[in-house]
Design a protein around this ligand. Structure first.
Ligand SMILES: Cc1cc2nc3c(=O)[nH]c(=O)nc-3n(C[C@H](O)[C@H](O)[C@H](O)COP(=O)(O)O)c2cc1C
Length: 191
């Protein structure tokens, strides 16, 4: 059986600290190889907990934060699906605008424009982020580019800032969506 590789992009939002145990390890159990790239802020959060090393140990791949030098080759294999989770409001806005000022955004912005590999995004935001005047246009731009947005009451009901949502991310539902989207994508690519 060929290996399918999930490119997991993590940004500095709630739930990031549990990404290894709740997303990386369950994805591996579902048959994915997982290649993790973090924004610089997310990298410093996970470095502080020793989690970046643990992610490398379970994935067997570099957990990328810094971009490679021009003479270096990429430490990650080709990706079959990108999952941006958790996606901060900041990272969602940058993806919509095509800003690629870190390694995580560089890879995912290229994937969005490339239109070959599916891109799935779970915005982990609050109600104030969603009321920011540019938010709706960012979401419309990403939808228009074919990005799969895991949003709405069934994924993440919005809460007011500092009101402590008191719930975990819907990890299994997110992975179910990734499996469904990639299954549909490979069948539509082979017909
Ligand atoms: C403890 C803490 C929790 C945060 N949680 C969130 C969050 O759940 N969603 C969000 O959009 N931003 C959150 N932020 C703000 C982002 O970390 C901040 O906007 C950061 O610049 C995002 O950087 P990145 O998108 O490059 O990872 C949080 C910040 C802190 C300090």
């Amino acid at each position: 059986m060929s290996t399918r590789t999930l490119g997991l992009i993590g940004s500095a939002a709630g739930g990031l600290e549990r990404v290894r145990s709740c997303l990386v390890e369950p994805a591996i159990a579902r048959g994915w190889q997982v290649a993790v790239t973090l924004t610089p802020a997310a990298g410093s959060w996970l470095d502080a907990e020793g989690e970046r090393d643990r992610i490398e140990a379970v994935t067997g791949l570099a957990c990328r934060v810094e971009p490679r030098l021009p003479g270096e080759s990429s430490p990650h294999p080709p990706i079959d699906c990108y999952l941006v989770c958790p996606a901060s409001a900041n990272t969602v806005a940058k993806m919509a605008l095509g800003l690629a000022d870190n390694q995580a955004l560089t890879t995912v912005c290229e994937a969005i424009g490339g239109q070959v590999v599916p891109v799935v995004v779970f915005p982990r935001i609050n109600a104030a982020h969603a009321r920011q005047p540019a938010w709706d246009s960012h979401i419309a731009a990403l939808r228009g580019a074919g990005v799969h947005l895991l949003m709405g009451e069934e994924y993440w009901p919005l809460h007011e800032p500092r009101s402590a949502p008191g719930k975990d991310l819907p990890w299994e539902r997110i992975l179910d969506a990734v499996d469904l989207i990639t299954a549909g994508h490979s069948s539509s690519n082979t017909t």
